[in-house]
Design a protein. Structure first.
Length: 115
């Protein structure tokens, strides 16, 4: 059973930075693409960033140049470095992966950016 646990969320002022972590267990972590999603109140969950098992990355236009996704396959951990945060980045952030055709999600971590 794949388990994903996010950490690192919190309250930060606009322009500040946070680093989120996602620890994975019970999975073939190094073989899977990993994703960060977020969901703001009243909005649909959206894909923020993705990293393949080879380290290739993709970002939502809204975070390009400010966020950076990375992974440490030796530690089974994925990161999201978030810089120049804006109030519109406020959301619950989830890590996600797929394995054998099934979606797995963490419990989410709240990020709140004050203006």
């Amino acid at each position: 059973q794949v388990q994903l646990v996010e950490s690192g969320g919190g309250l930060v002022q606009a322009g500040g930075s946070l680093r989120l972590s996602c620890a994975a267990s019970g999975s073939s972590f190094s073989l899977n693409a990993m994703n960060w999603y977020r969901q703001a109140p009243g909005k649909q969950r959206e894909l923020v960033a993705r990293i393949t098992r080879f380290g290739s990355t993709n970002y939502a236009d809204s975070v390009k140049g400010r966020f950076s996704i990375s992974r440490d396959n030796a530690k089974n951990v994925m990161y999201l470095q978030m810089n120049s945060l804006k109030p519109e980045d406020t959301a619950v952030y989830y890590c996600n992966t797929q394995e054998w055709g099934k979606d797995y999600w963490g419990q989410g971590t709240q990020v709140t950016v004050s203006s």
